[in-house]
Design a protein around this ligand. Sequence first.
Ligand SMILES: Cc1ncc(COP(=O)(O)O)c(C=O)c1O
Length: 481
Amino acid sequence: MFVELDSALDLPLFRQLYEGIRDAVLGGRLAAGARLPPSRGLAAELGVSRNTVTLAYDQLVAEGYLEGRPRSGMQVAATLPSRAGPKPLRSSGARVHRPPLLSARGRVIASAPMPGSAWAGKPPRPFRPGVPALDLFPMRLWSRLVHRRLKRPPPLEYGDAAGYAPLRAAIAEYVSAARGARCTADQVIVVSGSQQGVDLAARVLLDSGDEVWMEDPGYPGARAALLAAGAALVPVPVDGEGMRVTEGERTAPRARMAYVSPSHQFPLGATMSASRRLELLRWAAEAGAWILEDDYDSEFRYSTRPLASLQGMDQDGRVVYIGTFSKTLAPALRLGYLIAPAEIAHAFRAVRAACDRHSPVLDQAVLADFLTEGHFARHVRRMRHLYAQRQEALVGAIRRSLGDRLEVQPTGAGMHLVGWLGEGLDDAAISATLWEAGVEAPPLSRYALVRPARGGLLLGWAGYTPEAIESSVRRLAGALN
Ligand SMILES: Cc1ncc(COP(=O)(O)O)c(C=O)c1O
């Protein structure tokens, strides 16, 4: 017999027999029409119960490998199910065409990995950027709101793809008051973080091959989502006033979209000046292009009031605004929002429905309560105060331990800053050394499409206590030496 059974294996005997016969059929050792013994005879021959053989035969019949009845004898089916394997050569000698494993689109997406995939799921170490003070997430309050909601749950039917109505209303009110946005709740689409916001905007507004201005250096998460949509990214340099709009107009005047983070440019930290904002809005109106405004951390402004959003200045309905609760609350919530131009909000809702219907309604209901009952405003106020102190701790510690070997300027906004390295130093190599020493400080060059003239390290501070910041700066100084 061509099958050897081993009762010491983890695999049940009937499964071993099934696989043995199937492999013999697929390997050609049992040809179409070949006869197999009746179940009683085979059971005796193999020293197993008849039930074991019957189970294996039944499975092989169900999958189309065998025909007949277990008791009276089985035969290999005349027409066999095929299993992927090397195809025979054509008589001409040419190889039969085999399509690639991935689609062209799949290959593009797989080769532009999301930022942070190396550290996803691992506890953050100083100075991984973009991490809020997760130990101060208001867990008890949140769990009280969850329990209250479980007693009075929102409808458990499929929900509105644009989001849970009370949450959309609360977000519209918040972005109007805090960000000077001009919108109604009908324009709000609740998304699972900014990432989905960028993805949706690309699906709704771009065709494959469309040019998109991308801040350079810029946010790799947005880059990955835009590349996934087939966009042709056009790097546009940034300076102290944000994206250099005239450079974009010079290199790609007919681009379909511009991605910007005007409140706090990621990663360099500039606030886009009023004149650049007007230039960008004028270009978009004239070119019929879209502006994707990523307003990811504007709540954290320390010196001046947060600037109003670009969306609020837009007279022509060209801005798609994206906000997130990843920085103000926690990234794992996966909740954010997109404010669509009124005219095309219906398309965003339809595309969201086609992607994954909508965000979990219970989470949305809890967040709605958190916002409308004033907890959100209180939490952000507390964190803003705390983050200002933590930045002071970071800048002070670096200046004391590193002097001008790592040049830092306090920033008026956000949760990270750039530490500038000396001329000619390779920031990627230094970042790798620091990682080994237990310090996370991604290199500026990782965020750039065109290699920056001077290397730097991104240093997040918001999620770390002053003590952790102090000791990590000492480690950083040791490694840098
Ligand atoms: C520029 C920028 N946008 C958006 C986000 C937030 O992404 P999400 O809302 O998908 O968590 C981040 C987080 O690091 C970011 O740096």
